[in-house]
Design a protein around this ligand. Structure first.
Ligand code: SF4
Length: 234
């Protein structure tokens, strides 16, 4: 949307996982895998998206990879855990970037087993950004939006939540009769907590800081996002 003004109230509010790859390093990786399509998670910079063939979210990664008909190998960036989760559902070989979300990747199988022991009736919901051994313990693997939808429609009343703990406030608000336990109380993304209401007011009053993307990057990044938007979600 080149005609729209995009404000980011606190310019340092980023994503440590997105910072684990640059366009330059992706170009080098692509040289190692000529002709292999690149699927980049939306948690990536515009310049990384511009070097990608298509984007994906945690809700549609499997469908996006399946849509790449005629390719036996796919390169996924930047999240190795989402790539390894997607690998479970495809015969294509997924080569992946060694990035990860520091908050999802910190959750261990031992922690999950311990919380499950304390809450034997609870269903464990894991996000695909979690490690494979954590995914193996999940009753359901869901994106953030997938968790919100699933909890509403299931009859279970207690859940262990394996994702950034901020979702628990929304889950409790939408489901006051259900109980939510964080798999790890320290799954708190400090970047996601950087913006306060005051910062938003200030950004709206001053119309700054403005996010600017170079036109050449914008056009190519948008193409990767647009291709993704044509793929149905789960
Ligand atoms: S929780 Fe934070 S670090 Fe992890 S993917 Fe989200 S924004 Fe990035």
């Amino acid at each position: 949307c080149p005609d729209k003004v995009i404000l980011l109230p606190v310019i340092s509010a980023g994503c440590p996982m997105a910072d684990m790859i640059t366009a330059h390093s992706l170009i080098q990786k692509k040289r190692e895998h000529p002709g292999v399509p690149v699927v980049s998670y939306v948690n990536s910079s515009a310049s990384v998206k511009a070097e990608s063939d298509i984007c994906c979210t945690s809700a549609n990664a499997i469908q996006v990879v399946s849509s790449l008909v005629g390719y036996d190998t796919v390169l996924m960036t930047p999240d190795k855990n989402l790539a390894r989760y997607t690998q479970r559902f495809t015969d294509k070989k997924i080569v992946y970037w060694e990035g990860f979300c520091p908050y999802h990747d910190r959750l261990t199988a031992a922690q999950v087993k311990s919380v499950k022991d304390d809450h034997p009736q609870a269903l464990f919901l894991a996000h695909p950004e979690c490690r494979p051994e954590v995914i193996d313990l999940a009753d359901e693997v869901k994106s953030t939006s997938g968790m919100l939808e699933y909890v509403k429609k299931t009859e279970s009343r207690e859940f262990i939540i394996g994702t950034e703990t901020g979702i628990i406030h929304t889950l409790e608000t939408q489901n006051p009769d259900k109980v939510f336990v964080p798999a790890d109380k320290k799954m708190i993304c400090t970047d996601m907590k950087k913006i306060y209401l005051d910062d938003i007011v200030k950004a709206l009053v001053t119309s700054s800081p403005v996010v600017k993307v170079e036109e050449g990057i914008r056009v190519r990044a948008y193409r990767a996002v647009e291709r993704m938007l044509k793929i149905p979600r789960d």
